[in-house]
Design a protein. Structure first.
Length: 294
């Protein structure tokens, strides 16, 4: 096995190694066991609305029922044909950036994707933890590769001749570099998404607003985009502690002024005033359709 002759070097190596290892395990644990957040009760159909909706056979009347329910909620995104985003399996009006995960069988707030690495759905509740998991995994692999590389060079030049150790060093270096390269592309892609305030789903299919599709509809600028995911407390950015802004139901949009911004307004404002005025003429029931996801 590889040994370090300098005690100071050995202590420094083990300290950094264990710090990275703890952060790696901590962020992985949080990514796995932080359950996806589902929409609140007010987005679910009441028993009376559900009865009325299911017993109604005329599509235009069903659209009108959904339009009436949506008037009370701060929802701005629509389906591709301008309809209310409705999940017939969860029986709810979907908040902005919410999608139904077929693997988890629930609607997930600000869903990004379902990740087989952590066997969990990545969304509003754990997206920060997932990003930190990628970042610390990347640093972990880089640190292992960097500390092993000098011994790889020594074996290559013949300074060290232990055959079994040579195989172990080669294998460890290969695995570390392979995972580093893979994680670098994945982490870089998600950094780009965060800088544009998009999810993976929104990158492939732009969210649709009253004015039409807009891939930059939630883009508030680089700094504010970071704060959406990591929060305003910079001391918490590198720790797997929940600090994302909002509750996953409302998100600031470029097209709205501060007075109309759902994230900057309290829920009572929407419950009291949202019934009287529907944003951007969403009350036109004839122009609305039902989205049914598969």
């Amino acid at each position: 096995s590889v040994t370090l002759s300098n005690p100071v070097e050995k202590v420094a190596y083990l300290t950094i190694f264990h710090i990275l290892f703890v952060l790696f395990v901590w962020t992985y644990w949080k990514s796995i066991f932080t359950l996806p957040v589902q929409p609140g009760k007010k987005y679910h159909m009441s028993y009376a609305d559900k009865e009325r909706y299911e017993n109604e056979e005329r599509p235009e009347v069903q659209r009108q029922i959904l339009a009436e329910i949506a008037r009370k909620l701060p929802v701005y995104t629509r389906t591709g044909n301008g309809g209310i985003r409705f999940c017939d399996r969860c029986q709810l009006i979907k908040p902005d950036r919410c999608h139904h995960c077929s693997v988890c069988a629930v609607c997930v707030l600000k869903m990004d994707h379902h990740c087989p690495w952590v066997n969990n759905c990545i969304g509003f509740s754990n997206y920060k933890f997932f990003l930190l998991f990628l970042a610390y995994s990347l640093l972990y692999c880089l640190y292992i590769a960097a500390t092993v590389f000098k011994y790889f060079i020594k074996y290559w030049t013949g300074e060290l001749t232990n055959g079994r150790s040579k195989f172990h060093i080669l294998f460890l270096l290969f695995v570390a570099v392979m995972f580093f390269v893979s994680l670098l592309f994945l982490f870089g892609y998600h950094c780009w998404l965060v800088s544009r305030n998009r999810s993976t789903l929104e990158a492939f299919s732009a969210p649709v607003f009253q004015s039409g599709p807009d891939k930059n509809g939630f883009n508030l600028g680089f700094v504010k985009n970071l704060q959406q995911v990591f929060g305003e407390e910079k001391k918490l950015w590198l720790l797997p502690i929940a600090s994302s802004q909002g509750d996953g139901h409302f998100f600031p949009m470029r097209a709205l002024c501060e007075a109309q911004n759902p994230l900057l307004s309290n829920e009572e404002h929407w419950e009291d005033d949202g019934i009287d005025e529907e944003p951007h003429g969403a009350g036109e029931a004839s122009s609305l359709a039902i989205e049914r996801e598969t």
